[in-house]
Design a binder for this molecule. Structure first.
Ligand SMILES: Cc1cc2nc3c(=O)[nH]c(=O)nc-3n(C[C@H](O)[C@H](O)[C@H](O)COP(=O)(O)OP(=O)(O)OC[C@H]3O[C@@H](n4cnc5c(N)ncnc54)[C@H](O)[C@@H]3O)c2cc1C
Length: 413
C-alpha cells in the first residue's frame, strides 16, 4: 500500500520504521529536520536535545525498540536530583535527610506526603479524570502541602492553566516519578543524547525504501475509506501524528483538543550554578517554571561546559521578549553574569503537548476521522501524560492498524 505519514516526530518515525518493510511509505515533516520534540541542536562538538529529555525504567516499548535498533549499549541509568527555589533560597530535596530538613513543610506534612506518594499507584486514573488536581490534592493533603509542594510543580508544567489540570495527570506523575533511592530518581538517557536514536531509526526507514520529506508541511488532506489525497498526491492510507488543531488547518473536520506550547531556552555556561541539582521547580515568580541543569545529570565531559535549560509552558503565544527576560531573571536568581553564558538558543512549539485539564479523557475519546489513523500526542497511549514511550506505542499501534487494513485488502506493495 502507499501510505502517507504526517509528522516526523517519534510517533511518525516508529510507524514508518515498522511499515516501510512491507509498504511504500512517505513521511511529511514540516521542519527542516526530523525528530519533532525530540530533535537536537548540533553544536560543533556535541548534540543536545532542544527540549530536556530522559526516560523511565517502565518505558518497555521504547527500550525494546532501542534493542531492535541495536542501541541498547547506549542506555545509561543516571540519577536525577531535585530541588525547589523558595523565597530566593535553593533547597535540595533529593535525599531523605534533605527532605527532613526542608523548613516549609512540617514533619506531619512530610509523613502525609510520603504516604500519598506510596498510594498513588493504587488510584483509578479514569475516576480522577474529571476532578481538578487542586481540589483533589487539597482534600487529600491539605492546603499547605498543595501550595508549597504541588503548586510549583503544576505552575512549572501548565503555567496559567495550572488550576484546571486533572487529578489523573498529577497522580500518574507522582506514581511514575517515585522510582527513587537515597541518591535521587533513576532516569534513563542515551550516551551523548537522543540524536543517535533519531539518526538510526531514520536510516532504517530509508534503508527499507521509505521516503522522508523534510521542509514539507501537509497543507491539505482529503478522502476517506476509499483512498486519500495528501497535498494532492494519492495514498491508500494516512497516519496523522500531529495535533487535531493542526489537522483542522488542513481542511479536515475533526474535534479539537486544547494543546499548550512550550518555550525552552538551552544555555551553555562556563560554570555550574545549581549546587549540583538536576531539576529545580520554582515556587518564586519567574518567566520560567523550571530550571533543568542537564550537566548535573549527564556527564559534563561530553560537552566541555555546563548545559542548563529554562522551561516555560504557555497557551496562545509566548511573549516576544521571553528569551531576554528569562536570561535576565536567571542571572539574578542564580548569581551568574550574562558573559558567563557561552551560547543560548530558544526553541518554541505551540503544540508541545495536550492540556490535561479535568474532563480530558472524555474529550479525547471523541477525536476521530473515519478512515484516518491517528497517533498524535493526544492519543490513548499518551494518557494521562505524553511521553517518548507513549509516542512509540501510538506509532506501533498505528502501524498495526494499517497492517490489519492491508491484510483485509490482501495487499502490500
Ligand atoms: C519541554 C519538553 C520536555 C519533554 N521531556 C520529556 C521527557 O523527559 N521524557 C519523555 O518521555 N517525554 C518528554 N517530552 C515529550 C516527548 O517529547 C513527546 O511526547 C514526543 O517526542 C512526541 O512525539 P510525537 O511524534 O508524538 O510528536 P512531535 O514530536 O510533536 O512530532 C510531530 C511532528 O509533526 C510535525 N508537523 C506538525 N505539523 C505538520 C504538518 N502540517 N505537516 C507536516 N509535519 C507537521 C512537527 O514538526 C513534528 O516534527 C517532553 C516534551 C517537551 C515539550
Amino acid at each position: 500500500m502507499r501510505i502517507a505519514i504526517i509528522g516526523g516526530g517519534v510517533s511518525g518515525l516508529v510507524s514508518a520504521y515498522k511499515l516501510s518493510r512491507d509498504h511504500k511509505i512517505t513521511i511529511y515533516e514540516k521542519s527542516a529536520e526530523i525528530g519533532g520534540l525530540l530533535s537536537s541542536y548540533h553544536r560543533e562538538n556535541y548534540s543536545i536535545e532542544k527540549y530536556y529529555h530522559h526516560f523511565f525504567s517502565g518505558d518497555t516499548s521504547f527500550l525494546n525498540l532501542l534493542d531492535e535498533l541495536n542501541l541498547s549499549h547506549k542506555i545509561l541509568w543516571l540519577m536525577g536530583s531535585t530541588g525547589t527555589l523558595f523565597n530566593g533560597t535553593l533547597y535540595p530535596l533529593t535525599t531523605p535527610f534533605e527532605i527532613l530538613c526542608y523548613p516549609h513543610l512540617s514533619m506531619i506534612d512530610k509523613f502525609r506526603l510520603a504516604l500519598f506518594t506510596k498510594k498513588t499507584k493504587t488510584f483509578d486514573l479514569l475516576k480522577l479524570d474529571g476532578i481538578s488536581a487542586e481540589k483533589f490534592l487539597t482534600e487529600q493533603l491539605g492546603d499547605k502541602i498543595f501550595q508549597s509542594f504541588f503548586r510549583p510543580l503544576l505552575n512549572s508544567k501548565f503555567g496559567q492553566n495550572a488550576g484546571k489540570v486533572s487529578a489523573a495527570w498529577v497522580v500518574s506523575r507522582v506514581a511514575i516519578r517515585s522510582d527513587r533511592g537515597p541518591g535521587g530518581e533513576r532516569l534513563g538517557y542515551l550516551d551523548r543524547g537522543f540524536s543517535s536514536f533519531i539518526r538510526k531509526i531514520s536510516e532504517r526507514i530509508t534503508g527499507q525504501g521509505g521516503e522522508i520529506r523534510t521542509n514539507t508541511p501537509v497543507t491539505s488532506i482529503s478522502g476517506g475509506e476509499n483512498g486519500w489525497q495528501v497535498n494532492g498526491e494519492k495514498y491508500d492510507a494516512v497516519i496523522a501524528t500531529i495535533a487535531p488543531g493542526l489537522l483542522r488547518e488542513t481542511g479536515l473536520d475533526i474535534p479539537d483538543i486544547p494543546y499548550q506550547g512550550a518555550a525552552c531556552l538551552t544555555m551553555g555556561l562556563v560554570r555550574p550554578v545549581t549546587q549540583g541539582i538536576y531539576w529545580i521547580n520554582l515556587y518564586d515568580d519567574a518567566p520560567f517554571g523550571a530550571v533543568i541543569a542537564h550537566t548535573c545529570f549527564a556527564p559534563r565531559d561530553w560537552y566541555g561546559e555546563d548545559i542548563v535549560y529554562l522551561a516555560s509552558y504557555y497557551t496562545g503565544a509566548p511573549s516576544p521578549d521571553l528569551k531576554e527576560k528569562m536570561i535576565k531573571d536567571f542571572c539574578i536568581k542564580f548569581s551568574i553574569r550574562e558573559d558567563e553564558i557561552t551560547w543560548s538558543q530558544m526553541s518554541d512549539d505551540p503544540y508541545a503537548g495536550p492540556l490535561y485539564l479535568a474532563g480530558y479523557h472524555e474529550k479525547m475519546k471523541k477525536v476521530s476521522v473515519p478512515g484516518l489513523v491517528l497517533a498524535g500526542m493526544f492519543s490513548e497511549e499518551n494518557y494521562p501524560e505524553r511521553s517518548i514511550e507513549g509516542s512509540v506505542r501510538a506509532g506501533l499501534r498505528a502501524a498495526g492498524e494499517i497492517s490489519a487494513m492491508a491484510d483485509k485488502k490482501g495487499v502490500n506493495l
